[in-house]
Design a protein around this ligand. Sequence first.
Ligand code: HEM
Length: 518
Amino acid sequence: MGLTITTALIALVVWRLLYEYRRDRGLPPGPRRLPLIGNLHQAPQVLPWRTFDAWCKQYGPIVSAQFGRQTTIFISDGAMAKDLLDKRSNIYSDRPWLVMARDNVTKGMHLLLRPYDDRYKLHQRMEAPVLAPRASSTYLPIQDLESKQLLRDLLSSNDFSHAFERYSISLLFALAYGFRIETGTEPELDWAREVQDNFVFAARVGTWIVDAIPILNTLPPRLAPWKRVAEKLYKVESEAHIRNMNRGLASDSWNWTKEFSKSKQSKEMDTLEFAYDLGILANAGFETTSVAMGIFVLATQAYPAFVARAQEELDRVVGHDRLPGPGDKNHLPYIQAVVEETLRWRPLAPQGVPHATTQEDTYGGYRIPKGATIVPLFWSMCQDGSHYERPLEFLPERWLAPSDDPDRFTNYFGFGRRICTGRHIAKNSLFMLITRILWGFNISRPRGPEGKPVPVDDLAFGSGFVSSPDPFQVVFEPRSEHAREVMESEWELTEKDLSVLMNGVKEHQKSLGLEIRA
Ligand code: HEM
């Protein structure tokens, strides 16, 4: 009997070792794996991209690691990432399977986590008309209004994080649901934050046993405590999306909810799936835009020299008597360079958003298995010294002359068929906010007890999937009394009735020949 068990155990071990040998053969190099768990014991919880970057420096620009059942390929080279995720996007557009976040918490309805299948394409077809570049440019009047409020808010408060959050959520909610977040104390902002935090919590690698061993998800809820957690998070999120969708349908202004509800794609979705589509779209643009703006403010403190040059350009091109606007863009090359450098300097998603393969592939002699998670390390690509001189420094000048380096990484909005669908709206927001803030304000740091400016650490960031700078304080001061008056009067005089503005957006889209149904 004892001998039989020993023999069975040895057979099992031999089988497992053979399985792992076959699974790992031909993969890109990487840190040594342990049987069964692979590199799980090395999965970093703090600033994980720094560890992955160090692996790439040690083993090469394409590295493999095994986290439990999941083979993961890290790419630290921008050209390689484009080769695979852009040029071979027919097989590199899936997402890794996150059992807790995708199946349990969002019940398969989170657009960012959806597999690349017909259902995903149905949602993309429904959204595409309102997110295309020409449609995105029609939202400038809403961005104008929200940015004027942001300037007004910064005249009386230095809480820039709150002002950027309010701007971002108000813009997205105006577009998606036809209502604004005017004070930043509305419950909708709290729900949006809660949903965002829950997503990060549910999607965290190494937190949920069921992500490592998916078969456990067949257990009934009483034996699966994670399912009970998931149900609570699901309730919060689904109720928020439904409430917002109902407000969108009832709103008297044109908005995406009404527009999508007239589409033929929406007829193939039930109410909840439809509500999630809008909710995820609105939430995707909320934290990203506000964190990018926080990074810009950090840059003004860590590398203040660029501010004077940007303000000189604004004074020369725009003058002192009006706010800059989108029409000035082509005459403001330095400001455009500041926007580009803000996205590069400290990428807000330092480990990108992982893709997954739907077929086995080979690249550079290595095998990339079907179902592998592909992590484009934005941090490494943005800090690559062979493409960027002094990469850790904020130097907008690097973008002024045309580049003869085709491999310089600029895919801050991702790759191929999964590229960020809100990128045109996002870029317009960043330009509008950055130009107007630089036009109107000098930003400085408060003085510490010894009268010296409180230092900032431009490498102190959070470990989340969207990584924001650690909290720091600054003081916003109008550049002159006249600048204050212009900012105040622009706010006073601007049209604030959202129905008027959104119905104007609708008419503008029609005049461009865009297909408008609602
Ligand atoms: C500075 C602001 C932003 C940055 C840097 C950013 C970046 C990204 C990145 C890196 C991805 C993943 C792409 C990939 O998988 O290759 C993504 C996906 C996405 N973004 Fe953005 N984003 C921003 C703003 C926005 C805004 C304003 C919206 C909505 C209007 C939005 C909506 C989305 C959606 C829906 C996806 C999921 C696409 C999919 O999985 O198919 N983003 N974004």
